[in-house]
Structure formats: C-alpha cells, structure tokens
Design a protein around this ligand. Structure first.
Ligand code: SAH
Length: 289
C-alpha cells in the first residue's frame, strides 16, 4: 500500500519500499548517518533515477525527512518504511520567517538526537536556500553534510536535449533567479551586464516575471530574436517544452501559461534541441527517468 506524504509529524505515512533490488547497496561502505546530524541532500530535478546513491543511502538511514514542495512525491516512495515525513514546503519566494522556522526545526530535530534528512529539489546550494540552512546549522553547532544533486538548470536542460555548454554556441553560462526573496523580479541584478556577458542564460523561477526580464535583457542589448525555451516539469513524464523568442517571451507566457516549475533558457543552446530532443513519449512510460 502506498499513501501520499502528510503534513503531520504525528502520523508517519506508510511508504511503499523500493529497496529489494537495492539490497546489494547495504553492504557498501557508505558514510554513517549519525544521530544528531543533518544531511542537506539534493534529490535532483524530479525523476527518481536522477538521485544520487548518497541520497538513497540517506533515505534508508534517516529518522525524519524534512522535504520541500519541489521534491517529487515519487522520490519519497524510496524512503525507508516508518521514517517520518515532514513537509516544509514553500513556493514562489515567500519571505524569510518561514525559512527561519525550517532552520529552527532542523536544529530542534537534530538536538533531539534524530538523523535528519533535509531533502531539497535539484541541488541544495542552487537557489535552494541550502546556504542559509547550513549556516544556521553551523551557528548552532549541529554537524551536517551536504550532498549535491543534479540541478534543474543543468539536468532539466539535458532532458530537453539542450546542452548547457557546447563549443559551437557558448563557453559560459549564467544561472539566474527571476525572483528575489520578496517574490519580485530581483532588483540587484545588473541586467545590462547579464544581457551581454554570456551567450546562454539559464533562469530559475522566471516564468512569472518573464516579460519584465525579457524587456530588461533587450534594453541591455540582447538580440530580440534570441531563442527562449521554457522547460516545465523537467525529467518527469509530463515534461513540457515551449519555444519562443526574447521579444515575444512576455506575450507567449500570457497566452500559453507554461506550467511550473519551469526553467527558462535564453540563447542559441536551444538550437541543438532540434537534433537532440531524445526524451520521447515512449521513454516517458518509465517513471524512474
Ligand atoms: N535547488 C533547485 C532549485 C530551487 S528553485 C535546483 O537546483 O534545481 C525552484 C526553481 O527550480 C523552480 O522555480 C524552477 O525554476 C526550477 N525547477 C526545479 N525543478 C524543476 C523541474 N523539474 N522542471 C523545471 N524547473 C524546475
């Protein structure tokens, strides 16, 4: 039987174990997950197959998982049975008190002697506030480990057949967030510099303000016909990819309302997609990746 994760710490949900075929891993010399430790772990962009072995190990050896909205529920099915699942979700750049609550909760659980798995979508340090959370742990003298994950801005592109770098298009790439802590378009970004600094710009949380961002990039000197690709639910069976151009991006979003979470790619890296779009409907029947 499998049940959806609940918000309550009191009622640990029953999760279907997927361990059988992985029994061999139990014999491997993984780092011990000690009581009172917090592991900040990236689960990857969505497809369970994109999580790391350390992530899987942590899921099998923790007492409690504190997870974000962006963690695919299918990934939580891989957590050892009986582990408490706590939802710490917040989406769309809500202000910081909630963030502080999450950090305090991690500290509280660790001080209670739990093995705490803080599970985040993608990579914990890439626009995931893993920096802030680990700082809070460091200040509280809670021992922690960081397990990187495949970030949506790289893995998501790969699932859309877009190489983040390619010698013929770009020798650099910019990662950018389209949201600041208050949910607005970030004010402290030098848009003119961004517009000209790199042939490829990969944007997280950028759908909402895409019209404004595109305008800022155009004013900064970016070409109006630069390709813009919007990758929604990357690496998942319902992945969707929409293509437009910089001068049309705002209108495109208003008209087509691309699903979120989505990554937006600006630049000619998207040109490769025509040849490299490999994630076909037949492959999507496999939910692992
Ligand atoms: N730490 C995460 C990013 C967190 S910010 C990482 O490294 O990927 C949240 C943003 O990530 C979303 O708004 C979206 O822009 C992007 N994102 C995360 N998962 C995604 C997915 N499966 N498909 C598309 N975008 C995704």
């Amino acid at each position: 039987m499998s049940r959806e994760p609940t918000k309550s710490a009191q009622q640990p949900p029953v999760v279907k174990s997927a361990t059988a075929g992985f029994a061999r891993l139990d014999g491997e010399a993984f780092p011990a997950f000690e009581a009172g430790w917090v592991w900040l772990v990236g689960a990857g962009p969505g497809a369970p197959g994109l999580m790391s072995l350390l992530c899987y190990h942590a899921m099998q050896n923790c007492d409690v998982v504190v997870y974000d909205a962006l963690v695919n529920p299918d990934i939580l099915r891989w957590v050892r049975q009986g582990v408490i699942l706590e939802y710490a979700g917040k989406r769309g750049g809500k202000p910081s008190p909630v963030q502080q609550d999450i950090s305090l909760r991690l500290i509280e659980l660790a001080r209670a002697g739990k093995r705490v798995l803080r599970l985040k979508g993608g990579d914990p340090f890439m626009f995931g506030r893993g920096g802030e959370e680990s700082q809070a742990l460091a200040k509280a003298k809670i021992p922690f480990r960081i397990v990187p994950g495949i970030t949506a801005g790289v893995g998501g592109l790969a699932y859309a057949g877009i190489p983040s770098t390619h010698r013929d298009t770009n020798h650099s790439v910019i990662f950018l967030t389209g949201h600041d802590a208050t949910g607005k378009m970030p004010a402290n970004v030098n848009w003119q510099a961004v517009a000209t600094a790199s042939p490829v710009i990969v944007m997280y949380m950028a759908v909402k303000h895409l019209g404004e961002i595109a305008q800022a990039l155009l004013e900064g000197g970016r070409a109006p016909k630069d390709p813009v690709t919007i990758i929604s639910n990357a690496s998942l069976p319902h992945q969707q990819v929409q293509a437009t151009t910089l001068d049309q991006a705002g209108a495109h979003v208003a008209l087509n309302n691309p699903p979120t979470p989505a990554i937006v790619v600006v630049g000619h890296a998207s040109d490769w997609r025509e040849m490299l779009d490999w994630y076909t409907p037949a492959l999507r029947e496999n939910a692992i990746g």
